[in-house]
Design a protein around this ligand. Structure first.
Ligand SMILES: [Ca+2]
Ligand SMILES: [Ca+2]
Ligand SMILES: [Ca+2]
Length: 157
C-alpha cells in the first residue's frame, strides 16, 4: 500500500512537470518563458538566447534577440519602453503563468481526491480520510513510537 501511494505521488509530480513543460511553448520566444519561476538561471538564458540550438550563445546571437525583446516591451511602438509598458508586459506573463499554475493545482486536487476516495464512490468518508492520515502518520513516525518528533528521520510523507 505504501508503495502504491508513493507511485501515485510520483505520477502526480511527473504530471505536474509535464504540464509545466507543455506550457513552455506558449511563450513569445523573445522573453524567457517561465522566467518568473526560473529567475536568472543559465538554463533560462540558454533557452531564451540559443536561437540556433547549438548549445552555445554567441554575443551576436545574444544581441540579435535584444532588439525584438525590447520591442516586445514597447507596447505603443514609440521605440522606448516606459515603466508602465515594462510592468504591463511582465504582468501579462505573470498572470498567464499564475492561471496555468492554478489550473495545474486544481487538476492535482482532483487527483488527490481520487487517491483519498479509495472505493471511488465520489464520497470521502471519515474512514477513508483517516486511512490516508494513518499512512501519513506512520510514514513520519519512522521509529514507530507513536509520536512524530525530532527523533523520527523521515522528512516527508
Ligand atoms: Ca513605448
Ligand atoms: Ca468513498
Ligand atoms: Ca516517532
Amino acid at each position: 500500500m505504501k508503495r502504491a501511494i508513493s507511485h501515485s505521488l510520483l505520477a502526480l509530480s511527473a504530471f505536474a512537470m509535464s504540464s509545466t513543460a507543455m506550457a513552455e511553448p506558449g511563450g513569445t520566444g523573445l522573453v524567457p518563458s517561465g522566467s518568473s519561476a526560473r529567475g536568472h538561471s543559465k538554463d533560462a538564458f540558454m533557452s531564451a538566447y540559443d536561437t540556433n540550438g547549438d548549445g552555445k550563445v554567441s554575443s551576436a546571437e545574444f544581441i540579435a534577440i535584444r532588439g525584438p525583446q525590447h520591442g516586445s516591451f514597447d507596447l505603443n511602438g514609440d521605440g522606448k519602453v516606459d515603466e508602465e509598458e515594462y510592468v504591463t508586459e511582465y504582468k501579462t506573463r505573470l498572470e498567464r503563468d499564475l492561471a496555468e499554475r492554478r489550473e495545474m493545482q486544481l487538476k492535482q486536487a482532483h487527483v488527490r481526491y481520487g487517491v483519498l476516495d479509495t472505493d471511488k464512490n465520489k464520497n470521502m468518508t471519515l474512514a477513508e480520510f483517516n486511512d490516508s492520515g494513518k499512512r501519513m502518520f506512520s510514514r513520519l513516525d519512522s521509529n514507530k513510537d507513536g509520536v512524530v518528533d525530532q527523533n523520527d528521520g523521515a522528512e516527508n510523507y
